[in-house]
Design a protein. Structure first.
Length: 259
């Protein structure tokens, strides 16, 4: 076979050294790059997690403040009385069982438990939803919650497709430090709502709780000494009321502001 060489081909010059095809990455280069990337990610992840949790705390405190505003509007329309609850001793309570203040994160009660009609199943801060003072279901759930009582878990109940129990992520006190239910008799610093105290699984944050006071301020209680964690963990059927009340009294002592 004969190849013809045209004048144009004879005049072609080789590419300069710098324009020749670059050498590809070796396996060692790739492994070193991956190692550096993984190292950087491992260093940054804790910081990213802290930022995300800080943002969730802010959302949590905002939700509580909305509940507080709804609670004040409810009191204005009801002779300054706070929403009632079957889990507290009061003249209108339907509860014939033991008082269980640790269950006051319940928004709507089980109709079979208290023989309640649909319109008075709503309990505690659940009355704020039923009477349209705080009508967004998401407000009753903390974005940091990792337990089983999530908004998604109760989606059907909020949509009124069933009439069963609804549990939220925020604990309602229902009374003031001396047992009063009139909001105007309470100090502005008296704790009224906090993150759930139902069980260890229901503790929304790892190192403390948000607390809503009667004066509508929301402060962060730093549980660095695990006082709240130990109180919830050590509760028994005999100590549940005493321990829960002591926790509220601790909050009345002046929650420390968030840093």
């Amino acid at each position: 076979m004969v190849y013809l060489v045209t004048p144009e081909l004879k005049n072609l010059t080789p590419l300069p050294q710098g324009l020749r095809a670059a050498r590809g990455f070796s396996l060692i280069d790739v492994l070193v790059s991956l190692t550096v990337i993984i190292l950087l990610i491992s260093i940054m992840l804790p910081s990213i997690s802290m930022v995300r949790e800080s943002a969730r705390k802010v959302i949590c405190s905002s939700d509580m403040r909305q509940i507080g505003l709804g609670m004040n509007l409810y009191a204005e329309d009801n002779k300054s009385m706070l929403p009632s609850s079957v889990y507290l001793k009061s003249p209108e309570s339907r509860n014939t069982q033991a008082v269980n203040p640790h269950l006051m994160d319940t928004i709507r009660t089980d109709p079979n438990e208290f023989n309640a009609r649909e319109w008075d199943q709503w309990d505690g801060i659940g009355l704020l939803f039923y009477k349209s003072y705080v009508s967004a279901p998401g407000v009753y759930y903390c974005p940091s919650h990792t337990g089983s009582n999530t908004l998604e878990a109760y989606e059907d109940q909020w949509n009124f497709s069933t009439d069963s129990e609804i549990i939220a992520n925020y604990q309602y006190r229902g009374i003031g430090p001396t047992g009063q239910r009139h909001l105007y008799n309470m100090k502005s610093t008296d704790a009224m709502v906090t993150d759930s105290l139902r069980s260890i699984e229901d503790l929304n944050h790892e190192n403390g709780l948000n607390i809503l006071a009667a004066g509508l301020s929301v402060k962060w209680f730093d549980d660095a000494n695990s006082e709240i964690l130990q109180s919830v963990a050590s509760r028994t059927e005999d100590t549940v009321v005493r321990n829960t009340n002591q926790t509220w009294q601790l909050f009345d002592g002046g929650p420390r502001p968030i840093e």
